[in-house]
Design a protein around this ligand. Structure first.
Ligand code: CA
Length: 463
């Protein structure tokens, strides 16, 4: 669902960024967040890749607890996030919204609908604090999995499948998507509808369309939200969600909603909030349209031999499961790969000391839903557990400490000083930073697993 979820851990106000050493998904890693609302973790939005000046050693602020805007500039340092730019844009909010009317008209939205839903809106500047929030401490991939994949969520997943068995039967038949994966998405995005954001998605997307550094992206989301209301798919009181605009138990952003939502119960409305048939079918359709391979799983936990060439553990290196086997990789369960000709890449989220995973096409599809590897791993693993599968076989390196934000900035800077390309100095470790780290490790005689441990940082410091 390319719901570029700004929502994820996000879903609501709460995502925390798994910026982690290990996650390293695309630029912004996120985590489903609705269910974390109320935690003290700072939350980082799962925003689509962004352009703009690099963030460098900006002063850290505690996330404000108030519902009011802090009146502080955004930590991104983006020119649209200065106090003055935010104030000017807020003062111009009505004019900005009216400027969107021609775009709305082109989408078939009536003037009446536009006035009804958009005219009385005011900006919620608090969102300017949230969009640039960057947690000083992030979670390790194992802590993340511990939180998201637990006995309670597994039990609720089974109960949900049981309660709605007929619907899941029909949806699985119509779309060919494994019901356990849909249940896992539902469970992780909103803890089975028990944690859904409480902000008006229309107000949030209108604010972000007119104020701050992501206007272009959110203009489309705002217009799509208006279109949803104009068509009557959702009523305004249903269009509630995260500050970043994701709505419903599986957290659809308005644009993916427009593309993927299905009226499966046939009442004329695509209601992904209160109709279970529509919710389940829409989520399935999203995965199907994103390229889900029916009858296949998402990936396998594998044992990587000692002295393996870890430079092969890269998303760009796809080989068949059979070819990986020839390099010495085995399923952790000891079973054979049922379809050895499927192509996979090797992911080692915690480096050479933790479990390996061979990731198939469907893992990439889950990552379109939310572009963080740790998120997709949690979905896949929770799906397996709901189905009756066991816990991961291999231990995580729980003694490893996750680097703080200041240390992540420092690590990127030290790599850059040594001539390695780290991409944006943003304290987040995406594929570019991870590749740079691997190159440094290889050049230093270390195992090149791309894992940002405190010992690698010490090595970079020359200690
Ligand atoms: Ca319906």
């Amino acid at each position: 669902m390319q719901r570029t979820n700004i929502s994820c851990l996000a879903a609501s106000a709460a995502m925390f960024c798994l910026a982690v050493s290990s996650s390293a998904a695309g630029g912004d890693s996120i985590v489903p967040a609705a269910q974390f609302a109320g935690t003290t973790l700072a939350q980082a939005p799962n925003l689509p890749p962004q352009q703009g000046p690099a963030t460098q050693f900006l002063p850290l602020r505690a996330a404000p607890a108030s519902t009011e805007w802090s009146g502080q500039p955004g930590a991104s340092g983006h020119p649209e996030m200065t106090v003055e730019a935010i104030q000017v844009a807020a003062a111009n909010f009505k004019t900005c919204l009216e400027g969107l009317w021609p775009h709305a008209a082109r989408r078939g939205i009536s003037r009446g609908s536009f006035d009804t839903h958009a005219k009385g809106l005011t900006p919620e500047l608090k969102i300017m604090d949230l969009i640039d929030a960057q947690p000083e401490f992030t979670k390790s991939v194992w802590d993340y999995l511990d939180i998201l994949v637990n006995d309670d969520r597994i039990a609720k997943g089974r109960e949900t499948l049981n309660t709605h068995r007929v619907i899941f039967d029909e949806v699985e038949k119509a779309y060919g998507i494994d019901r356990h994966v849909i249940a896992a998405i539902w469970g992780i995005e909103s803890n089975f509808s028990t944690a859904i954001g409480e902000r008006s998605v229309l107000r949030s997307t209108a604010t972000l369309a007119c104020v701050g550094r992501r206007k272009n992206y959110f203009r489309d989301e705002f217009l799509a939200a208006l279109e949803i209301l104009h068509r009557g798919d959702l009523r305004p009181e249903q269009l509630m969600g995260s500050w970043a605009g994701a709505v419903g138990p599986t957290q659809f952003m308005p644009t993916p909603f427009q593309r993927f939502a299905i009226d499966f119960d046939g009442d004329g409305r695509r209601d992904v909030v209160d109709s279970i048939p529509d919710l389940v079918a829409s989520t399935a359709n999203n995965l199907k349209q994103d390229g889900w391979a029916s009858g296949q799983t998402w990936g396998y936990e594998v044992v990587v031999p000692r002295n393996f060439n870890f430079l092969l553990a890269d998303r760009s290196r796809q080989m068949t499961l059979h070819e990986w086997e020839r390099l010495g990789i085995r399923r952790a369960s000891g079973a054979a790969f049922p379809r050895p000709n499927e192509r996979a890449y090797l992911l080692i989220p915690a480096g050479s000391q933790g479990p390996g995973f061979l990731m198939l096409q469907n893992f990439r599809v889950i990552m379109k839903y939310n572009p963080a590897e740790a998120y997709a791993l949690a979905i896949g693993h929770l799906a397996d557990r709901i189905r009756g599968g066991g816990a991961l076989v291999q231990p995580w390196p729980r003694h490893e400490r996750v680097l703080t934000l200041a240390e992540r900035y420092e690590l990127q800077q030290l790599l850059a000083q040594r001539g390695f390309k780290v991409g944006e100095h943003d304290g987040r470790f995406g594929p570019i930073t991870r590749a740079a780290l691997r190159d440094f490790q290889a050049a230093s005689g270390l195992v090149p697993d791309g894992f940002a441990s405190s010992s690698v940082l010490a090595r970079l410091r020359g200690q």
